[in-house]
Design a protein around this ligand. Sequence first.
Ligand code: CTP
Ligand code: MG
Length: 223
Amino acid sequence: MNTAIIVAAGNGERFRSEVPKQFLEINGKPVVVHAIERISAAPSIDAVVLVLAAERVAEFDGRRADFPKLVAVVEGGSTRAGSVLNGLNAVPRGCEVVAVHDGARPLVSVDDIEAVVGKAGETGAACLVAAVTDTIKSVRGGEIAATLDRDKLRRALTPQAFKIEILKRAFELSEVNDSVTDESYLVEKLGHPVAIVEGSARNIKITRPEDLIYAEAMLGRDP
Ligand code: CTP
Ligand code: MG
């Protein structure tokens, strides 16, 4: 039995909309609903835990019939990692692999979900990644310090998937704060290798208003 945790309890400060970005609609449906539907369409996922801001919990809890794999709707924390931890505490017993997904990523493909969950089942920990297309510089004091080797860099996407005991141990051993922006980081600190799964670059996180335009254009297409 595998579970997905979808975190959607953020304020979307960089997006700067009145309604948090994950509740803005694309093609008549909130971004987070696209994420729930894509995750639910993955055969490897048996159950979904949804993490929301307190004022949204009752609404989605009342919509369980719309999302048959949804087993729990829980309140988020003040940081993303805190929200993931609350979700982790609501994962049903008997779960083998847990996949953590951003509610702000509505374009994830079923193939990518299956690949990362499958890899985590084999290795214990797997992170969906995409290539970096720009040349990346490290900077210091208003100057370029170095040019990084792009072939060795990847963007970390979600889902990121782990055997549940590994993710639980990673959370037990680390402090949960704002510097923790993904789960792989915690598992890396644990010293457990995290396998990479090359995913689609289309699986963007809605972060700024222009991302919503891109998502709208892409949602109608085949993944
Ligand atoms: N998230 C969450 N709980 C938090 C912060 C973030 O569940 N306390 C979720 C967001 O809702 C989003 C995902 O984590 O689906 C990725 O985070 P991010 O894109 O950074 O969203 P926000 O934190 O809401 O945006 P910003 O950083 O611009 O404020
Ligand atoms: Mg954030």
